[in-house]
Design a protein around this ligand. Structure first.
Ligand code: SF4
Length: 252
């Protein structure tokens, strides 16, 4: 098992697996583990308040996709990004679930780990999966609308770069032949994939019973979305149990 450095965080990743998020090998397991404890606290990420992410990825089920290497080297819209491009995505030919979110946030960009913030923590709770399951690309693919952090806007982040999904999704998604559930998160995936099936995001979320077992639309799990959750109590009461049942069926 290798120990990998993710920026200043540390993940344990099985033997010959392709590194999920552009990570590089980190030598010295015990040192790395101890180092992570203080480094993670320094980052101040809510995910790491009580436990840092240490991933043991069962790579025997992982089949790497060569297109991922091309996507991770992409610089198509670097002129419009606030930082160097750092595409964050994960997928394998054996993934059972694909999560199509919006775009990485600042912490994800800095640490190289997607969904590495309070939104990700809430999303894992909604799905009923552990950190290890969530970051195991043999189980769950993470293919957002924009692979790179788009920068800050008033009241949140900028929209995912519009070049990204039209360029990469048609090359990646059809290769995920074992996927049986696509989880769309937020307005941008809704606009691209479900606009013809529902008039609004809320109606699309409410249609979970019709979209399942193969698709589901979720609101963004950001803490900024608290108002939506408070106004639509049926989401946690009715939709999340359906989602968790389906995820459990697929991941076992
Ligand atoms: S956002 Fe997408 S299209 Fe733009 S550089 Fe990153 S991977 Fe390429």
């Amino acid at each position: 098992m290798n120990v990998l450095s993710i920026g200043r965080t540390v993940a344990r990743v099985g033997g010959t697996s392709e590194f999920a998020f552009g990570l590089k090998p980190y030598n010295g397991g015990m040192t790395a583990s101890r180092r992570s404890d203080s480094s993670l606290r320094e980052i101040g990420c809510p995910c790491f308040t009580n436990s840092e992410i240490r991933l043991s990825l069962p790579n025997r089920r992982t089949i790497s996709l060569s297109v991922l290497k091309e996507a991770r080297a992409c610089r198509v819209c670097e002129h419009a990004l606030p930082n160097e491009p750092r595409p964050l995505l994960a997928a394998s030919a054996s993934s059972r679930i694909v999560i199509i979110g919006q775009a990485p946030g600042r912490i994800a960009h800095e640490t190289g780990v997607p969904w590495n913030d309070a939104s990700g923590k809430r999303l894992r709770g909604w799905l009923g999966v552990s950190d290890e399951q969530f970051y195991d690309e043999a189980l769950i693919a993470l293919v957002p609308m924009g692979f790179c952090y788009p920068g800050k806007a008033k009241g949140g982040d900028m929209a995912p770069r519009p070049e990204c999904a039209p360029l990469w999704h048609p090359q990646i998604l059809p290769k995920l032949r074992k996927v049986e559930l696509t989880v769309y998160i937020g307005n941008y995936p809704f606009a691209r994939y479900l606009r013809e099936e529902a008039e609004s995001l809320t109606e699309g979320v409410r249609a979970a019973g019709k979209l399942l077992p193969t698709r589901i639309l979720l609101p963004h799990p950001s803490p900024r979305n608290q108002m939506w959750l408070a106004r639509h109590r049926w989401f946690e009461r009715d939709v999340l149990p359906m989602l968790r049942r389906r995820v459990t069926q697929l991941l076992g």
